[in-house]
Design a protein around this ligand. Structure first.
Ligand code: NAD
Length: 491
């Protein structure tokens, strides 16, 4: 069985750890590879950091216009290999082939935006800020940076950070999720072909041990994290107490409000895609759908009709709308939450438990589930389900819906479906979430914009993507200069 290597110092190197975890195909439970794990992965982080640190000292002095040339190279390598990369993503994460291709496209867009770094990292200059004195602000790289990523977007999330980090002149370490390490193995085949100093970009495997080594290493100056809220909070507090810059994106529980003047056909189709896309395993998946006033029954019926026609199956098979959830444990946890909702008084419109897919009987499959009248004062309404479950509730007024939206602990996304510009404007202004969708079901910021989670969905200040990423991966330096005339030579 293939034991995955790290990529350190420009070479594929065996891990110091003999302990491994199985990487499973969630649709079949086939073992795809074994990934290094455990305390000895700390030594891997040590060598990756030493390599990145050495390469960074060379790379930071390469002109930025030359640095971005490797991004064009990387974009072209990914574009040429989209199909094979998407197949790996589907095999290890379970999402459909189309969803895998979609996330690769989002990764590419981040490379494209980072190609603008020669302009984006420009500083400021004021001549004669005082008499005979000039002042400038320049942006310099921070040093060695690392990212720690979750299972649900094995390619895209790394690209919220990597292209910006190297374009601005930093060294980089990637620690992917131990559940889906194979996508990065493929991407490092491309990184291996780039014209960069050996050791500039490194791949280390593992779980908590390698993450803790990253959090503690004094040479690592900045950490980008994406994952669940408890881990995000831990990463932020430990990383910052060790003097590092940290941006830590956490979990979510996204509400969607449908007003009586919404276009029912369009809204219900979009909402179903949002709830069940990637089997509900997206931090921007709609989770709680709040209908307001007299359209509630019609919306409920339309949602039911749209959702019951969706096909669950293996993501590489034709005609499949939704794949399995990531692990057998996740499946059990989600089934338990559905039961909890029912025990707390919810009515089941559609029950996706007890789903078996012919040919993939061992897979972690759950079909779409719709719960109605979920109790507002119980835990389920606040818990991130991260599975294909929609909770439907109805309220009397827009104000009630908005105060419900703002009562949650998370603030990743809130959406409104309406035909009224005034309602849209009020919602945009008053909803307490970092990403707002108006007649949009997955308000995913494009690469030009920051991925703006709020509340328990984000710890830090600068987010991933776009100008925020340029700021995160650079430190500002202000220079004040005086050159008295008496020193000027005659021309
Ligand atoms: P996770 O928190 O379990 O794991 C994320 C990463 O942290 C992995 O690389 C893992 O190895 C590491 N890790 C896990 N436990 C750790 C610990 N105790 N100490 C140190 N490191 C640890 O998350 P996941 O299950 O892989 O991903 C799903 C979660 O990610 C969901 O909550 C989802 O909402 C969230 N997510 C958020 C965003 C966002 O942009 N806000 C995007 C995608 C996913």
């Amino acid at each position: 069985m293939n034991i995955l290597k790290n990529y350190i110092g420009g070479e594929w190197i065996e891990s110091n750890s003999k302990e491994t975890l199985d990487v499973l195909n969630p649709a079949s439970q086939d073992i795809l590879a074994k990934v290094p794990f455990g305390p000895d992965t700390v030594k891997d982080v040590m060598s990756a950091t030493a390599s990145a640190s050495k390469a960074y000292n060379e790379w930071r002095n390469v002109p930025v216009i030359k640095r971005v040339q490797v991004l064009y190279q990387l974009k072209s390598l990914i574009e040429t290999n989209v199909e094979s990369l998407a197949e790996i993503i589907t095999k290890e994460s379970g999402k459909t082939f189309a969803e895998s291709k979609g996330e690769i496209q989002r990764a590419i867009e981040n490379i494209e935006v980072a190609c603008g770094t020669p302009m984006l990292m420009a500083g400021d200059f004021i001549e004669d800020i005082a008499s005979g004195i000039d002042e400038m602000m320049i942006r310099q790289p921070v040093g060695v940076c690392a990212c720690i990523t979750p299972f649900n977007f094995p390619s895209m999330i790394v690209f919220w950070f990597l292209p910006y980090a190297i374009a601005t002149g930093n060294g980089f370490i990637i620690k992917p999720s131990e559940k889906v390490p194979l996508t990065m193995m493929k991407i490092f085949e491309f990184i291996d072909q780039l014209d960069i100093p050996k050791g500039l970009v490194n791949l280390v495997h593992g779980g908590k041990d390698s993450v803790d080594a990253i959090l503690e290493h004094p040479e690592i100056k900045a950490i980008s994290f994406v994952g669940s809220t408890p881990v995000a909070r831990y990463i932020y507090s430990k990383g910052t107490s060790n003097g590092k810059r940290v941006q830590a994106q956490g979990g979510a529980k996204n509400p969607v409000v449908v007003l009586p003047d919404a276009d029912i056909e369009m809204s219900t189709r979009i909402i179903a895609d949002s709830v069940y896309g990637c089997a509900g395993q997206r931090c921007l998946a709609a989770s709680t759908i709040i209908t307001v006033d007299d359209q509630s029954r019609k919306i409920k019926e339309a949602l039911y009709e749209t959702v019951k026609g969706r096909t669950t199956g293996y993501g590489l098979d034709q005609g499949v709308d939704m794949g399995p959830v990531i692990t057998a444990d996740s499946k059990t946890r989600i089934e338990g939450l559905i039961q909890k909702g029912i025990d707390e008084g919810a009515n089941v419109l559609l029950d996706g438990r007890k789903t078996s897919i012919s040919g993939y009987e061992k897979g972690n499959f759950l079909a779409p589930t719709i719960l109605e009248n979920v109790a507002l004062d119980k835990e389920l309404i606040r818990t991130e389900i991260f599975g294909p479950v929609m909770s439907l509730i109805s309220m009397n007024t827009v104000e009630d819906a908005l105060s419900f939206v703002n009562s949650g602990n998370y603030g990743n996304m809130a959406c409104l479906f309406t035909g009224s510009g005034a309602s849209a404007r009020k919602f945009r202004n008053e909803a307490n979430a970092g990403n707002i969708g108006i007649n949009i079901g997955v308000a995913a910021p494009m690469a030009q914009f920051p991925f703006s989670g709020w509340k328990d969905s984000f710890f830090g200040d600068l987010h991933g993507q776009g100008k925020h990423a340029i700021e995160f991966f650079t430190q500002t330096k202000v220079v004040i200069e005086r050159w008295p005339k008496k020193w000027s030579r005659k021309f």
